[in-house]
Write a protein that binds this ligand. Structure first.
Ligand code: UGA
Length: 437
């Protein structure tokens, strides 16, 4: 397998065995496959012999909610120029707007023909959306809930089906560091047309995003009526029609996907004269959660000017150093704008934070203990498991005022109160099951 990237630094790092970002077990997988992996910046080294080509370039947020497709366009053109004479399947793995399959096909054809290669070669574009989550990317890739293949004809779909067979049938030997979970059997295959595969990706991400926003909206009401949002989530999630996952209330979603993909869905619908009020509302509620962090702190501290606030967590979720659209990064920025002093700690994302925000006034500290000394409040913004077992008594004693805002509903209110904290959350969470039947 040959991996191409336009960034020579990234390729050189990969050639040295260094991973470009933090993702559990990525280094293990690359190490296991090193004999079959070649990294290069040259399309000519990768494309002519390939039978299947995955385009996995970034599609960052662009103007008007539409993703920026520059990298996709450049990749499609370079692939087209270098395609060999045999039948090749080009797979859109990047999250691309609906209709991109047809567009990529036209770019490939144009580039291919410009090189005078009209005769002999044949190729087809397929869509194979990705459903992995950062932080558990390898697990999700090996043990997917389903595989979706979008193609215009059976021959193209067959190529991908053959490639995915070991995963679909779960016939591969599981790596020791990622054992096959109990009960995991063959993964279902959805074989469909291009547009349906593309829409499945957006519809799935938007649904997950609105599920989170829904529980956060209910969380606000729970706070008013004195209900425990964790119990409410459990109580509704056990209904198999609803399902218990993605009902964790808190500061809401961030990351590179939900914000971008919900914006793109609204933008695409707009191009067809359609409104998407449900998706729009999910976005609004998510934004509101971030504001609520500021409002809660203000309610506790009366003013933010001159206060020292310690942030526990910077990454948009645990097990990653990804800071794209991370709630913590936005909260830090807003606190600074309001005149607060901000300290932060994250087990893996601080180096990236400093690199991406060289002028930021956020003071990164080596430990949770360090951010607590003399602070007016702590805010937990990423639910890293190690934050569950901090020496809370020591932290509370070292603070100017021992206030903790648990923006992820991770901690035990009673435990924190015993340690001397004034505990606040974004929604009520008593942690008490009144009667267990
Ligand atoms: C998401 C989807 O879950 C993947 O299926 C999809 O492949 C991916 O986007 C993508 O399009 O590439 P990801 O953004 O990596 O994955 O992470 P998630 O686990 O979905 O979390 C997203 C955000 O939602 C995080 O900020 C997380 O803290 C938040 N979240 C998640 C909640 O606030 N509550 C929950 O119950 C679950």
């Amino acid at each position: 397998m040959v991996c191409v990237d336009a960034d020579p630094e990234k390729i050189q790092a990969l050639q040295r065995g260094e991973m470009p970002f933090f993702e559990p077990h990525l280094a293990d997988v690359v190490q296991d496959a090193r004999r079959n992996l070649h990294f290069t910046t040259q399309y000519s080294e990768a494309i002519p012999q390939a039978h299947v080509i995955f385009i996995a370039v970034g599609t960052p947020p662009g103007a008007n909610g539409n993703p920026d497709l520059r990298f996709l366009e450049a990749a499609a053109r370079s692939i087209g120029e270098n395609l060999g004479a045999h039948f090749t399947v080009i797979v859109n793995k990047s999250t691309v707007p609906i209709g991109s399959g047809v567009w990529v096909d036209s770019l490939l054809r144009e580039a291919f023909e410009r090189k005078g290669k009209k005769d002999g070669g044949s190729f087809a574009v397929a869509s194979n959306p990705e459903f992995l989550r950062e932080g558990s990317a390898l697990h999700d890739s090996l043990y997917p809930d389903r595989v979706v293949i979008g193609a215009a004809d059976t021959a193209t779909a067959e190529v991908l089906y053959t490639l995915y067979r070991p995963i679909l049938e779960q016939s591969f030997i599981a790596p020791t560091y990622l054992p096959r979970p109990e009960g995991v059997q063959a993964a279902p295959l959805i074989s469909t047309d291009l547009a349906s595969a593309e829409l499945i990706k957006y519809a799935a991400n938007a649904f997950l995003a609105l599920k989170i926003s829904y529980i956060n909206e209910i969380g606000q009401l729970a706070e008013k009526v004195g209900a425990d949002i964790a119990q409410v989530a459990k109580g509704i999630g056990l209904d198999a029609r609803i399902g218990s996952r993605f009902l964790q209330a808190g500061v809401g979603w961030g990351g590179s996907c939900f914000g971008k993909d919900t914006a793109a869905l609204v933008a695409t619908a707009g191009e067809y004269g359609l409104d998407m009020p449900i998706v729009k509302a999910a976005r609004e509620v998510n934004q509101r959660q971030r504001e609520r962090v500021l409002n809660k702190l203000l309610a506790e501290l009366q003013t933010l000017k001159g206060r020292t606030i310690g942030l526990l967590g910077l990454a948009f979720k645990p097990n990653t150093d990804d800071l794209r659209d991370a709630p913590a990064v936005e909260v830090a920025k807003r606190l600074l704008e309001r005149g607060a002093r901000v300290r932060a700690h994250d087990p893996v994302a601080m180096e990236r934070f400093r690199k991406e925000n060289p002028d930021s006034e956020v003071h990164c500290c080596r430990s949770a203990e360090e951010i607590a000394v003399g602070a007016d409040a702590l805010v937990l913004l990423t639910e890293w498991p190690q934050y569950q077992d901090l020496n809370w008594e020591k932290l509370a004693r070292s603070m100017r005022s021992a206030i903790l805002l648990d923006a992820r509903n991770l901690l035990d209110r009673a435990r924190l109160t015993r340690a001397g904290f004034r505990y606040a959350a974004l929604s009520q969470r008593t942690g008490q099951a009144v009667a267990a039947v």
